[in-house]
Design a protein around this ligand. Structure first.
Ligand code: NDP
Length: 231
């Protein structure tokens, strides 16, 4: 009897994270996925129809004690994929000279520090030949920023990318495949109604790109078509 691979998706109550959970379920995987708070979400609905293959966990990802508690709850699990998806946005027109220190900190801590804490603390649960992926954005590319806008959000994703590169350098001997993923511009609460893609046009491509790189060590930054994104 073959055992199905296992994915842990952080931030799956709605949007791209919910679609990621659905995608790996459809591919026959066992899925663990997190929401924050006690309320019922669309992920719970998906779990109800998953024949027990989707388990909903709770995590406020900016709380280090909660990250440790999740790691302890999952300590007997071996993950084939850890995917840190959750993040927050702030305004397209938010300028760095006008943002409050509190808001700057909220975006940076949520989008750069919290994902890396999860990678650091839960990475040990990932099988040696497994994958650690973090949702980034083309807006986090320093090289591609010729138009400005989204200053604080861009900075948070650029910081995330840099921290993943530092992690990759520190773990150069690991066999883990490391990924920073740009999902494209997708119609979600964050992406908005004007976005060019729906989740069904983005997430299957993200999964294909990750599967194609499975077992290939080192860090890559690529989009939902599998194309490399410049740093
Ligand atoms: P949404 O705003 O639709 O969903 C964000 C998800 O992150 C929700 O599940 C939310 O949970 C969770 N979350 C936010 N903060 C926390 C926290 N502190 N702890 C735990 N969970 C948290 O965003 P998208 O689905 O659009 O985006 C998902 C990822 O894709 C993000 O990393 C985003 O930056 C990235 N991205 C999105 C693009 C797009 O066009 N949509 C483009 C490029 C990148 P809750 O429901 O509890 O708030």
């Amino acid at each position: 009897m073959s055992v199905s691979p296992t994915a842990l998706i952080i931030g799956a109550s709605r949007g791209l994270g919910l679609a990621l959970a659905g995608e790996w379920l459809a591919r026959g995987w066992t899925v663990l996925a997190t929401v924050r708070g006690a309320g019922r979400t669309a992920l719970h609905e998906l779990a109800d129809s998953s024949n027990g293959r989707l388990t909903v966990e709770t995590l406020e990802m900016t709380d280090p004690a909660a990250v440790d508690a999740l790691r302890d709850r999952l300590s007997r699990r071996a993950l084939d994929l850890l995917f840190v998806n959750a993040a927050v946005a702030n305004g397209a027109s938010e300028r760095v000279d006008r943002v409050t220190t509190e808001e700057f900190s909220r975006v940076m801590v949520t989008n750069a520090l919290a994902p890396m804490r999860i990678v650091e603390r839960l990475g040990g649960l990932v099988r040696p030949d497994g994958t650690i992926a973090v949702m980034s954005s083309s807006l986090g590319s320093v090289a591609l920023n010729e138009t400005g806008g989204w200053e604080v959000y861009r900075a948070s994703k650029a910081a995330l990318n840099m921290l993943m590169r530092s992690y990759a350098a520190r773990h150069a001997g690991d066999r883990h495949s490391l990924a920073l993923v740009d999902p494209g511009w997708v119609r979600t609460d964050m992406g908005g109604a004007e976005a060019s893609l729906d989740t069904g046009e983005s997430i299957p491509g993200v999964a294909d790109a990750l599967e194609a790189r499975r077992g290939r060590p080192g860090l890559q930054f690529f989009d939902y078509r599998g194309e490399t994104v410049p740093w």
